[in-house]
Design a protein around this ligand. Structure first.
Ligand SMILES: [Zn+2]
Length: 139
């Protein structure tokens, strides 16, 4: 069974009350063992952030988080010459950064501390996944 929350460009922000409510319900009440942050290649939200165009609020505010990811990984991304490959890597980095944000949330940290020490790994485990809409593969 999968409990799903979706938003534009799979951005994880602690001030997103919808996302935080879903996460709290999944972790505290459903006691999920795994959290998957799934992005996808050819994401128009990533594409919008990748372009230098300044959108009006609230879209500009939302995708500014992806531009923050770009700035954080500027050295790596600037080495990629192919624009398509660069956008694909930005999709992956956005998922990784979203996973880091999930990991740092108190809802998740509190559950991790409660994991029975005899278990092989603390739960919930967080997985970074990218879906390729072109061929249906998960990376
Ligand atoms: Zn998308």
């Amino acid at each position: 069974q999968v409990f799903v929350h979706r938003n534009m460009a799979n951005i994880v922000m602690p001030y997103d009350v919808n996302l935080m409510s879903c996460l709290q319900y999944a972790v505290d009440y459903l006691e999920v063992q795994h959290i998957i942050v799934c992005g996808h290649y050819s994401c128009m939200g990533i594409q919008a952030a990748f372009n230098k165009e300044n959108f009006a609020s609230p879209l500009e505010n939302w995708i500014s988080h992806i531009r923050d990811v770009y700035r954080t990984h500027l050295k790596e991304l600037e080495k990629i010459e192919d624009p398509m490959a660069k956008r694909r890597r930005l999709v992956e980095l956005n998922v990784i950064e979203s996973c880091r944000t999930v990991y740092q949330m108190s809802i998740v940290q509190n559950r991790l501390k409660q994991t029975d020490p005899v278990q092989p790994f603390a739960t919930p485990r967080i997985h970074a996944v990218v879906y390729d809409v072109a061929d249906g593969t998960l990376k």
